[in-house]
Design a protein around this ligand. Structure first.
Ligand code: N2P
Length: 387
């Protein structure tokens, strides 16, 4: 049954690829700062590490198999306090507020750069993590964190458009352009049925910038203002800004018919609405021809964490092959963990909506740190959310 889905997607993505141009592809050494009261006796698997009784983990919504957390708690006797955030900017705000109490966080690529510059991340010492060897070489030593000094790669994915199968507006062609999110003449066919955009400033600005033919990392005020204006003229056509539970509360429940979406969330909506009789799910995913974002999210430790040794121990656990595979099998986001591959469902590995084929990958671009232009982005976002 799953085979049917990905063959369908393959056909669709090929059609998109044909139709477009597209943009360039784009331990032991660290000071242990645990308070003595935070320690507990080392357990059998924990080596010399004195594990804290609790660990506070702050992740994206629906981005882990909770069994993975339960297994860690059971194996090591560490209670995990788990909470979720909606965007990199929300995570940054929490950290900058000071006493967040978080021990493990999952910022994306460009946000890792911002956080390093602000001194918000601890050094991680991958040499002390035996499971770092499981990470695919292509994901090691990324430009946003040279030498993996602060983070290890967790999962990656792409940002595109998810749409309701069977809606007449998408019968002739899948939404193969950001026009489906920004052109009122295109949207008028389905606006009344509901459109959602990600509540994420870099992602939404990137979509608008791609549509306008600019870099998703533009630092040019005039281009950023044009993106803001495009968003503001489209905004009345949108029903919601949601990047947390949109796939469950809006997509699967048919509150909307189209959403700006992260690839794994769209795949979850597909499988959660899978109809055996029809041999397909209700939600499909498309990568717009103008280009789209590729992201990598990372496990990192806040500089003010009081349980850094335990955090490193947990991050090493996340890189165990079976653990990384369990996470991907649950979230439908690709894993950078090479050794995990043999435990990942082959239908996920072969799904072009999850692991993009080369012609789709060629259209994907990373978001990078935009330096001081972030203040222009903030200004644009305030205008977008305020009106
Ligand atoms: C999962 C969120 C995906 C992370 N709900 C996007 N960087």
């Amino acid at each position: 049954m799953k085979k049917y889905f990905w063959i369908g997607l393959l056909v669709m993505l090929s059609a998109v690829a044909v139709a477009c141009g597209g943009g360039p592809a784009g331990g032991p050494g660290a000071a242990a700062t645990e308070a003595p009261a935070a320690e507990s006796p080392a357990t059998e698997d924990s080596g010399e590490v004195q594990l804290a009784p609790e660990l506070s983990v702050y992740n994206w919504a629906d981005y882990i198999d909770e069994q993975v957390l339960a297994d860690y708690e059971e194996r090591y006797g560490v209670r995990i306090i788990y909470d979720t955030f909606a965007s990199n900017e929300d995570l940054l705000t929490k950290l900058q507020a000071g006493a967040s109490g978080y021990d493990v966080i999952f910022p994306s690529d460009y946000m890792v750069v911002q956080m390093i510059e602000l001194g918000l991340l601890a050094e991680i010492d991958v040499d002390s993590m035996p499971n770092f060897a499981n990470i695919n070489e292509a994901f090691k030593n990324p430009p946003y964190d040279p030498g993996n000094a602060h983070c290890t790669p967790y999962q990656w994915g792409m940002t595109g458009i998810s749409y309701r199968r069977g809606n007449p507006a998408f019968a002739d062609s899948p939404p193969d352009s950001w026009a489906y999110l920004f052109d009122p003449a295109v949207m008028e066919k389905y606006t009344a049925e509901g459109i959602n955009v990600l509540n994420d400033q870099r992602e939404l600005m990137a979509a608008a910038l791609f549509y306008l033919g600019y870099s998703p990392n533009s630092t040019d005020r005039a281009e950023l203002e044009a993106a803001r204006d495009l968003i503001l003229q489209a905004k009345p056509s949108w029903k919601t800004f949601n990047s947390e539970d949109y796939y469950s509360t809006l997509m699967e429940s048919d509150e909307i018919v189209l959403s700006h979406a992260w690839s794994g969330d769209a795949a979850q909506a597909f499988w959660n609405t899978y109809d055996e009789a029809e041999g397909t799910g209700n939600w499909l995913f498309s990568v717009p021809k103008e280009g789209a974002v590729r992201f990598a999210d990372n496990a990192c430790i806040p500089a003010n964490s009081k349980r850094q040794e335990t955090a490193r121990h947990f991050i090493n656990y996340l890189m165990e092959p079976e653990v990384a595979a369990a996470i991907t099998n649950f979230t439908f986001y690709p894993s950078p963990n090479e050794a995990a591959k043999e435990f990942i469902d082959p239908e996920i590995l072969n799904n072009p909506g999850i692991y993009p084929p080369p012609e789709v990958a060629a259209k994907l671009e990373w978001l990078v740190d935009v330096g001081d232009a972030i203040f222009i982005y903030d200004e644009m976002w305030t205008a977008i959310k305020g009106q």
